[in-house]
Ligand binder design. Structure first.
Ligand code: PGA
Length: 256
């Protein structure tokens, strides 16, 4: 049984004060949400403050990115060891905004995921196709190859620490969500690849869906067999809205 994992990706939003105010409003709203794992990824600047706010709670702290390098002369970068010191338990790597805007390759994403694991941080590895890929019926080819290349450095015995996020790029921030069936189709393909690569451990790896997840579509997405969580951007910025996504189960729909 895979434990659902709902993660907030705040991207470049919220000052430290705003991040703290969010957490103070949010924690009481999800106090009794057991059986799911909740993760918040604020900007780097708010990690330390949120690490303090979240300590002792059941909400885990995550970074939105990490350097693949060990500490050294890398201006503007942040090393995995620095993130674990702040209490990060998860780290997002390979988000499409970084792949597209910063030219991050699968190889770099693989190195970042490995750097996180080396410091005891669980990677959330993002994959997803563009609208162009989908229209050319290349979704499986593109996502399948991202999976293979981006996870190339994850040892089999660490597979249980891995989270994969499938985020169709055409659905991110557009209000256009994949239907639950479209999501499941790709998640099932990803599951098959994970089984090929990691054997039985591939069954345990959680696969999140991301791309315009909202309180009113979360339950239907989560009801799909291979949808084990959500990576939420826009709708995670408001405590009420994200708490309703965390409590998707109460909206009906349930898990198979
Ligand atoms: P969105 O972003 O929920 O705003 O579409 C999701 C993501 O990019 O992780």
């Amino acid at each position: 049984m895979r434990r659902p994992i709902l993660a907030a990706n705040w991207k470049m939003n919220k000052t430290v004060a705003e991040a703290e105010a969010f957490v103070r409003a949010f924690l009481p709203l999800v106090a009794d949400a057991s059986g799911v794992e909740v993760v918040i990824a604020p900007p780097f600047t708010a990690l330390q403050a949120l690490g303090r706010e979240l300590s002792g709670s059941h909400v885990a702290l995550a970074a939105q990115d990490v350097s693949a390098e060990d500490p050294g002369a890398f201006t503007g970068e942040v090393a995995a060891g620095m993130l674990s010191e702040l209490g990060c338990r998860y780290g997002i790597v390979g988000h499409s905004e970084r792949r597209a805007r910063h030219g991050e390759s699968d190889e770099l994403v693989a190195a970042k995921a490995a750097a996180l694991l080396n410091h005891g941080i669980r990677p959330i590895v993002c994959v997803g196709e563009t609208l162009e890929h989908r229209e050319a019926e290349r979704t499986f080819a593109v996502v399948g190859s991202q999976i293979q290349e981006s996870l190339a450095k994850i040892p089999r015995e660490r597979a249980g620490d891995l989270v994969v996020a499938y985020e169709p790029i055409w659905a991110i921030g557009t209000g256009r969500t994949a239907t639950p069936e479209m999501a499941q189709e790709v998640h099932a393909m990803i599951r098959e690849r994970l089984r090929d690569q990691f054997g039985a451990a591939g069954e345990e790896i959680r696969i999140q869906y991301g791309g315009s997840v909202k309180p009113d579509n979360a339950a239907a997405l989560m009801a799909q067999r291979d949808v084990d969580g959500a990576l939420v951007g826009g709708a995670s910025l408001d405590p009420q809205s994200f708490s309703r996504i965390v409590r998707f189960d109460e909206a009906g729909g349930g898990r198979p």
